[in-house]
Design a binder for this molecule. Structure first.
Ligand code: NAD
Length: 292
């Protein structure tokens, strides 16, 4: 018995890295998987059907069931074609993982409009288009479903040089919370993973010099996605969690936007001077979270 027997799962960007690991583990647990991948560069140029096909080949060789889709999921036609692949090949839909992503790092003063738009489109718009398409189908099917989004500590905490990417990923945090509220009445759960993994996307970033695929493996994130996809998390929705590690061990955490206890002024407006006088009560005592 697999954790996902009889389920149909779509993984965007499932040809490489985190998405590939998620596709492999879900297929191993019995899901029929649609592996989507445009097969482009880290910055989102070009395309190559061999990337999605390779993961499909590996799933089939391991005894699983999978089909490829090569669409650009940041477009309406691409998102629709992905749903069509799932429905025409497998007849239903149960799980969507919005994972595809790119990077175009620049500091704010050097950021071009094109790099801003492209990164927001691939991360945030893709998440919206695929979620909308799948939620409509799941609503019509009438048997609920699971959507798993993908954020990053770059959006949850901040990371120098990633203002476009961090903005998109912080937006996906909010998207998860709101979609979870709106889709609960159809039995659709919406959660979010904050991945770690020594993939082509991050291996050249600062701080990665002494790392490798074994120390920061994609497997903990794939297991977290499996947890969210399966009934092991049947009571959870609107959660944002990260799992990071590898052969030396793994840490699993929840991320939350939160509010300080604060200062309360009775019977009127808190004036600028009141804020200054009570600033220690208003601010968090702890320092901000940091990367690493
Ligand atoms: P990766 O570059 O190895 O894989 C991303 C895949 O997405 C690629 O195969 C690419 O072809 C595909 N893709 C990109 N744009 C697409 C589009 N428009 N349509 C269809 N496919 C498209 O990167 P990764 O490290 O595996 O990242 C996967 C996700 O995890 C991304 O959303 C990324 O932002 C997030 N993430 C990764 C890490 C990490 O440590 N690796 C950390 C935080 C967040």
């Amino acid at each position: 018995m697999g954790l996902l027997d009889g389920k149909v799962a779509i993984i965007t960007g499932g040809g490489r890295g985190v998405g590939r690991a998620e596709a492999m583990v879900m297929a191993k647990e019995g899901a029929k998987v649609v592996v989507n991948d445009l097969g482009g560069t880290v910055s989102g140029t070009g395309s190559d059907a061999a990337v999605a096909n390779q993961t499909v080949k590996e799933i089939r060789e391991a005894g699983g069931v999978a089909e490829s889709n090569f669409a650009d999921v940041s477009t309406l036609d691409g998102a629709d074609s992905l749903m069509w692949t799932a429905l025409s090949k497998f007849g239903r839909l149960d799980i969507l993982v919005n994972n595809a992503g790119i990077l175009r790092d620049r500091t704010v003063v050097n950021m071009t409009e094109e790099d801003w738009d492209m990164v927001l489109k691939v991360h945030a718009k893709h998440t919206f288009l695929c979620t909308r398409a799948v939620a409509r189908i799941m609503k019509a099917q009438g048997s609920g479903g699971v959507i798993i989004n993908t954020t990053s500590v770059s959006g949850l905490i901040g990371n120098f040089g990633q203002i476009n990417y961090g903005t998109a990923k912080a937006g996906i945090y909010a998207f998860t919370k709101i979609a979870a509220m709106e889709l609960a009445k159809y039995g659709i759960r919406v959660n979010c993973v904050s991945p770690s993994g020594y993939t082509r996307m991050v291996s050249n970033l600062p701080g990665m010099k002494d790392m490798n695929e074994n120390i920061i493996s994609v497997e903990p994130t794939a297991q977290l996605a499996l947890f969210f996809a399966s009934d092991l998390s049947k009571d959870l929705t609107g959660r944002v969690m990260g799992s990071r590690g590898g052969i030396h061990g793994t840490s699993v955490r929840e991320f939350k936007m939160t509010m300080s206890e604060g200062y309360q002024k009775e019977g009127g407006v808190a004036m600028a001077k009141d804020i200054a006088d009570n600033i220690n009560e208003i601010l968090f005592k702890e320092a901000d979270l940091t990367m690493g």
